[in-house]
Design a protein around this ligand. Structure first.
Ligand SMILES: [Zn+2]
Length: 574
């Protein structure tokens, strides 16, 4: 059999020549193989690695649907511990044949383990390659959430009613473990289930007669379970302990964080506790890099715009500014760009409020206005650290804006966001907060503006001919589109657009998650001159169609015709 680690490393080296060295070092530091490291940090998708492994091993692959349930009888052919040790799972079986998913066919003693299954159960194992992600997906099925949850809640019921005074006077050491064991288990279970389901937020909310557990998955809140009212504050207290908060404090909001190992990965959680009607509610943000950290194409940046961004971030200095209303995904884009820039030979420093995802190789710093460590004071500090690239979470005042302009004029690449509605509005906004207009064309490289639209569910979207009204909108918008982009979609003089319907997979919503709609303005010589001359935003906008430019509306319409989003929504938001 080939040396997998070596072959895999070589393949990944071909695909990611700039990153491979730092990945190998980081993997070594964590004492894991390259594949496991890439899984833990989501640097390369499980699918991509599976493709490489398939080439190496010449074995069939198995990819699980995320709603697939493995028959318990089949799953338990391999006991849970064996499955974990050898990273194998049984997932299907016919007559005397069993399908077994294997992460690494080179695993020591794996052949013996499979031989043992074969002889002791008298079955014929058929081996499939699976990714790490799918391995954990399958392992989770040994403990189906609804079934386990019931068991855990019952553990509370078996105990006598909880005596509140005891908690305040502090229980003795000997009593403590048995008293708290069920709640520790329950919170651990909720958190690992949340990570497994790729939720962005976990909410524990007191209702009048019980506590509701809700998960936010791809933007939608879903009720997952209810707990008896009498355990509510035990759940809250456990979370306060994890996040290092004051247990006795129940009248003011508290913020905290904790880090936990879940599915063999380190994951950060940000906790907010809010007093409500005599009790408290909890919101936990799950900062799982494999959910929140995305690459630019994943969040909806088209090849057309991606090329422009790639060219701009190669420049040694200048500013790249992302604009859009609150909640339009600016931070996600900033992080996506940061990942494109994160190379060994650059010093990357960021100022964030708050630091969301920790990224290896980036010096991240969190602003704390309460001790006067603001974007502005932080930026002054950072400039002494010899950075090449500076990321500033947001420009919202004159001082920060001036420092950012100064930094980019003195040889740094500066990335930031600004709260305006369209790309050109950024220039107006910067002039309004006090930046000299003549400085802007010299410093700004690229202006990006964005919106978020709901992504249509692939399983149930319906295709229809566009009516006269939509046809008019599309034709109007396509007049100025750079060449070659419309050919795919025009069917005679007609267009086809897609509508949401609803099915099991999308919870009958018709949509799954969201996608970014972008416009990217490259500051060309024409635009520079227009800004120098003091032309108005409207006058500058008239020049855009000749600058190889796709507007928010056009990008949205192209995505609607590609079946990613619904045109009606695009017309509303662009
Ligand atoms: Zn659907």
């Amino acid at each position: 059999m080939p040396n997998v680690e070596e072959t895999l490393t070589n393949k990944i080296k071909e695909l990611y020549p700039d990153q491979i060295q730092s990945w190998l070092e980081a993997a070594k530091e964590r004492k894991v193989g390259l594949e496991e490291y890439l899984y833990q940090t989501n640097r390369v998708s499980g699918q991509e690695i599976l493709k490489i492994k398939k080439e190496i091993f010449k074995l069939p692959v198995k990819v699980f649907n995320q709603d697939e349930i493995i028959d318990e009888k089949v799953l338990t052919i391999i006991p849970e511990n064996t499955a974990k040790v050898y990273q194998i799972v049984a997932f299907d079986h016919r007559n005397n044949e069993v399908d077994i998913g294997v992460v690494n066919p080179n695993q020591p003693n794996l052949t013996e383990a499979i031989e043992f299954i074969k002889t002791s159960l008298r079955v014929e194992p058929k081996i499939f390659l699976i990714s790490f992600n799918d391995f954990y997906f399958a392992i989770r099925q040994y403990h189906l959430f609804s079934k386990e949850l019931k068991g855990l809640i019952n553990q509370f019921r078996e105990r006598k009613p909880y005596d509140q005074t005891k908690e305040i006077v502090r229980l003795t050491e000997e009593v403590l473990p048995t008293e708290e064991a069920p709640v520790i288990k329950l919170i651990e279970f909720i958190i690992s289930e949340g990570v497994a389901q790729k939720v962005s937020d976990v909410h524990l909310e007191p209702l009048s007669d019980r506590t509701r557990l809700r998960f936010r998955i791809q933007g939608d809140l879903k009720t997952v379970a209810y707990f008896p009212k009498d355990i509510h504050y035990q759940l809250i207290n456990r979370i306060k302990i994890l996040a290092d908060m004051k247990i006795e404090e129940t009248r003011v909001p508290q913020d905290g964080r904790f880090r936990a190992w879940v599915e063999d990965r380190e994951i950060d959680f940000r906790v907010g506790i809010l007093p409500v009607a005599g009790t408290e509610k909890v919101a936990i943000r799950v900062l799982d890099p494999s959910v929140g950290l995305k690459r630019l194409p994943e969040i909806g940046v088209s090849d057309f715009n991606f090329d422009k961004i790639k060219a701009a971030i190669k420049r040694p200095f200048g500013m790249i500014l992302i604009s859009g209303p609150t909640g339009s995904g600016k931070t996600t884009s900033l992080y996506a760009m940061l990942q494109e820039l994160n190379k060994e030979n650059v010093n990357l420093v960021s100022l964030e409020d708050p630091v969301e995802y920790e990224i290896d190789g980036v010096n991240q710093s969190q602003v704390k206005p309460e001790i006067n460590y603001t974007f502005a004071t932080g930026l002054r500090e950072i400039l002494r650290q010899d950075p090449d690239i500076i990321l500033v979470g947001e420009i919202r005042d004159r001082e920060t804006a001036e420092l950012a302009v100064h930094a980019s004029l003195t040889g740094h690449l500066v990335l930031s966001t600004i709260h305006t509605n369209n790309a050109l509005g950024t220039i107006t906004r910067l002039v309004d907060i006090g930046i000299e207009r003549f400085l802007l064309p010299q410093t700004i490289l690229l202006l990006i503006s964005q919106r978020l639209a709901r992504r249509l569910c692939d399983d149930c979207k319906v295709k229809k001919d566009a009516d006269e009204n939509f046809k008019k909108i599309i034709n109007e918008s396509f007049k100025n589109l750079p060449g070659g982009l419309t050919d795919k979609y025009a069917k005679g003089d007609n267009y086809q657009i897609y509508y949401p319907q609803g099915c099991q997979k999308c919870n009958f919503k018709g949509f799954v998650g969201r996608i970014g709609i972008f416009e990217v303005v490259l500051i060309t010589d024409e635009i520079k001159n227009a800004v120098y001359q003091g032309l108005t935003e409207e006058e500058v906008a008239k020049l855009l169609p000749k600058q190889n430019f796709i507007s928010l509306r056009q990008d949205g319409i192209l995505k609607a015709l590609a079946g990613l989003v619904n045109l009606e929504e695009i017309v509303k938001i662009t």
